[in-house]
Design a protein. Structure first.
Length: 206
């Protein structure tokens, strides 16, 4: 098993499993894969998102869309810090844009990525001390049975996971503008969770 982070990242960026050897019952990815991730041996914060959207697929750079603007605002950091791999790693649950569903929304992350790459990448980044688990797929992987039945319950109980050792986890909703209604219904997220998130991020990137 490859444990060198640079080698793992290079292999992951060349991955074509979803097109050439899809998981059982899955159709091959209908377009050319373009894995997107950001890793380093010094970043203490890991963003565990869902999967790249169509804009990120085009740019090859994570969160180059309105969701990224909102996420950076939630974290209280600039683009410069966000894209500084020495400070912040970004490893989504699915590395490639999964395509769109019948309603024009993004399909779920491809299931080939996490089993093949995630454990190795995490082992190769033992310095990570804070994971932002965005969405239920990331929360399921990083929290396992500790995750609640719904995303809202999991995020509402964020204090149960914050401060865990050796890795603290903050579960979050996706910063998509589709979730504006959720944010309005759950004002505690911005009032209670975000100040703690911003304080943690400021400490870990300084």
């Amino acid at each position: 098993m490859v444990t060198d982070l640079a080698q793992l990242a290079e292999q992951a960026l060349r991955c074509r499993l979803c097109r050439d050897a899809p998981a059982a019952g899955k159709r091959p990815l209908p377009h050319e894969p373009r894995p997107v991730l950001q890793v380093s041996s010094t970043a203490r914060i890991l963003i565990a998102g869902q999967a790249p959207g169509v804009r990120v697929h085009a740019s090859g750079k994570p969160f180059t869309d309105p969701s990224g603007d909102r996420l950076r605002d939630w974290m209280g950091i600039s683009e410069g810090i966000f894209y500084d791999a020495a400070k912040l790693a970004i490893v989504p649950m699915g590395f490639c844009f999964p395509g769109l569903d019948a309603n024009g929304g993004d399909l779920p992350p491809r299931t080939e990525c996490a089993p093949r790459w995630r454990a190795g990448l995490m082992q190769a980044m033992p310095q990570v001390s804070l994971v932002l688990a965005i969405g239920m797929y990331a929360q399921n992987w990083h929290l396992g049975p500790a995750r609640k039945k719904t995303l809202t319950e999991t995020v509402r109980h964020w204090r149960d996971y914050h401060g865990l050792r050796p890795v603290s986890v903050i579960p979050m909703p996706h910063p998509s503008w589709r979730n504006t209604g959720w944010l309005k219904r759950n004002s505690w997220f911005e009032q209670e969770l975000l100040p703690v998130l911003k304080a943690d991020v400021k400490t870990l990137v300084s």
